[in-house]
Design a protein around this ligand. Structure first.
Ligand code: MSP
Length: 650
């Protein structure tokens, strides 16, 4: 085993502040596909994921849930582990930053920095974004708010330890410039250089004193270690960093650290500097993928069923969800998740292309050969050569795409083979061959080639959709034939043995009715309870049914800030809280009716799924409901008594 090449891949460790949504699952599914692909192609792989459990944000969330942080995170971590099981995430280790194996090592790393003079004591007076756990300077703010999440920052003033970032800045810049593979996709590299490195790195505050949910500074336990220093270290503490002969020697530096683009700064500036200070090599590649968005904006857990990965995997299968995530969005770019595009992918790629190929082929194998795989002729016709040619070059094409982290392209390559196989059926029309006994050998060759091609597809599909190949192997009668499931078996055509008994199983992916799915996922009630579509007469009378009404996502919003929009005497810019830490910026024509300060703290009715628009260049993400009378007076809607922001109106 020792001669095998190694591959170490990591995901960010997630904040167990809430259940994860499908956007968070995206990184982990991608990392799992990478890890599985490398295992399949002969690497010794280590795949690490975990949870980032300390910090002010978690402490506050636990407090508002009335729980101790340790109890609060335990519950969410259990849910996250269940989700990864549901999504077939085959990690080698799951690190929790609250574990002693991590905490002890972080404490000694911190002590080492201090002893070697990289950390010194001072006072921090400045700005902090708790949801992002990030320090900002006045200059970096965006309209006074956190430039990453757009939320309010807090002023903090406390004694703190600082890390001398500037000491390493030149070395880091040089590393980035001489290692083009370090920051991927390369388009993100300049952003890091121009926005953070070139303007000069300030020393980073690496401890806090105003809360205690963290790892104490070992020599000054009034302080807890800054959560990002704590969290980033997980990538090496999980490898038993500092212990001889352990995983660290085997796997570090990481081959790929997958993260979302929003946390690139932490991973390509802080993290490499922390490693440099330890004298350790830097990860080979940090890959910042794009965001998965909803049509109506950013994802948040409060947006309901349609983005709960557990619900989606439960209803449509985890393979379908994994396929969608990996295929739909070119890895690295932003993408939109909608139920419509998800169902369309299931119907087109999985039911029509793949599912049909398997069911048509197996039906014919049973009908024409009683399910016993016939011997192919030694003579290959043009269509046979074409199919075989594509099948044999697909593994390389898939591997090349994966090596460039183009996961979606890898699947597109694989689907060329799926489609070619369907075309092969249409070209050869086995049902016509079956009418002529003289064509029996030809018919047998066609069926054999199709079965072999399906086997090729199943082997290559495994990293992306781990369950479907199992079902295909069962149908092809090769469930216990490990050799025919390996990557090496794709080097030569014709490995499956004639005489193998195949049997058609259930359809892999039944076609779905888009409208029924939209109905079922949008409303809380089962689909059967929803009224039928309105009739023509009702429509003409302007009547809508309950389902149509429920398409409007109406909620209680609490106004948290209000200010005039420059150069407009009508508009106010508001920030409203629509629940579960989800805030929206809204531009409303209220200036003639309310003073900004009168609005703060009010709860109003809010439409949360309107397409965002820009008014006077300012983004507005929703609409407050107000009444106007014929004299032109306006009154905001109100709710009868205080209720949790985000509560649905129905
Ligand atoms: N705890 C930190 C990471 C520490 S790593 C040393 C953190 N956690 S997080 O839970 O907020 O986010 C985890 C990951 O989910 C990030 O990579 C983030 O980019 C990703 N995503 C969150 N929402 C997402 C989408 N809507 N789409 C894609 N990825 C998204 O940050």
């Amino acid at each position: 085993m020792a001669d095998k090449k190694t591959f170490y891949v990591t995901t960010p460790i997630y904040y167990p502040s809430n259940k994860l949504h499908v956007g968070n699952s995206y990184t982990t599914v991608a990392a799992d596909a990478m890890a599985r692909f490398k295992r399949l192609t002969g690497y010794r792989v280590w795949f690490l994921t975990g949870t980032d459990e300390h910090g002010q944000k978690i402490q506050r969330q636990a407090e508002s849930a009335g729980k101790k942080p340790a109890v609060f995170v335990d519950e969410i971590v259990a849910w996250i582990k269940k989700l990864w099981k549901e999504l077939d995430i085959q990690y080698d280790d799951f690190i929790r930053t609250s574990e002693p194996r991590h905490k002890d090592k972080v404490a000694s790393i911190f002590k080492r920095y201090y002893e070697q003079g990289d950390i010194y004591k001072g006072k921090y007076e400045g700005l902090y974004c708790t949801p992002c756990e990030a320090y900002w300077t006045e200059r970096q703010l965006d309209d006074g708010n956190c430039p990453d999440c757009g939320r309010k920052v807090e002023l903090i003033d406390e004694e703190a330890y600082f890390f001398k970032m500037s000491k390493y800045a030149d070395r880091l810049l040089e590393h980035i410039e001489t290692h083009p593979e370090f920051i991927q996709p390369s388009s993100r590299k300049n952003e890091m250089i121009n926005n953070f490195l070139k303007p000069g790195l300030e020393d980073l505050c690496v401890s806090r004193t105003s809360f205690d949910w963290g790892i104490p500074v070992p020599f000054d336990n009034k302080h807890v270690i800054y959560v990002w220093l704590d969290a980033l270290s997980n990538y090496i503490t999980a490898l038993d960093y500092g212990e001889e002969g352990g995983l660290y020697e085997e796997y570090w530096p990481a081959d790929v650290q997958l993260i979302g683009k929003d946390i690139l700064r932490f991973h390509t500036i802080y993290w490499p500097i922390f490693l440099m200070a330890l004298g350790e090599p830097l990860p080979k590649t940090v890959f910042g993928h794009g965001w998965l968005m909803l049509q109506e904006g950013k994802m948040s857990k409060s947006k309901g069923n349609a983005i709960d990965p557990m619900v989606l995997a439960g209803r449509y299968s985890s393979d379908a969800l994994r396929y969608f995530l990996l295929r739909e969005i070119p890895f690295g770019q932003d993408g939109v998740f909608s139920l419509e595009s998800f169902i369309t992918r299931i119907n087109n790629d999985l039911a029509n292309d793949l599912g049909n190929l398997v069911s048509r082929t197996l039906t014919m194998a049973e009908r024409y050969f009683d399910g016993v795989l016939p011997e192919p002729s030694a003579q290959a016709e043009a269509t046979d050569q074409e199919l075989r040619g594509i099948a044999l070059k697909t593994p390389d094409a898939v591997e090349t795409a994966m090596d460039q982290m183009k996961i979606s392209d890898a699947l597109a390559e694989l689907w060329l083979l799926v489609r070619q196989s369907n075309k092969y059926i249409d070209d050869n029309m086995p049902w016509n061959l079956a009418k002529d006994p003289a064509q029996n050998e030809r018919l047998g060759t066609v069926i054999y080639n199709l079965i072999e091609s399906i086997r090729f597809v199943a082997v290559m599909l495994k990293p992306y959709m781990p369950r479907t190949p199992e079902s295909i192997w069962e149908q092809l009668g090769i469930k216990s034939e490990q050799g025919l499931q390996q990557w090496e078996s794709l080097m030569k055509w014709g490995q499956i043995k004639p005489g193998t008994v195949v049997s058609r199983g259930e359809d892999l992916f039944p076609r779905l009715n888009l409208q029924a799915e939209i109905r079922a996922m949008r409303v809380d009630k089962p689909a059967e309870e929803v009224d039928d579509e309105p009739g023509q007469e009702e429509e003409q009378a302007g009547l809508i049914n309950l389902e149509q009404f429920q398409q409007v996502d109406m909620r209680v919003a609490e106004i948290e800030s209000a200010e005039p929009v420059p150069k407009s005497d009508k508009l106010l810019k508001l920030e409203v809280n629509i629940g579960e830490d989800n805030r929206r910026q809204v531009v409303a024509g209220l200036a003639g009716y309310y003073k900004p300060e009168e609005l703060i703290g009010r709860q109003v009715l809010f439409v949360a799924n309107l397409k965002p628009v820009k008014l006077r260049g300012v983004l507005s993400q929703g609409m407050l409901l107000a009444a106007t009378d014929k004299n032109g007076d306006l009154a905001l809607t109100a709710i009868d008594k205080k209720i949790a922001p985000g509560s649905r109106i129905s």
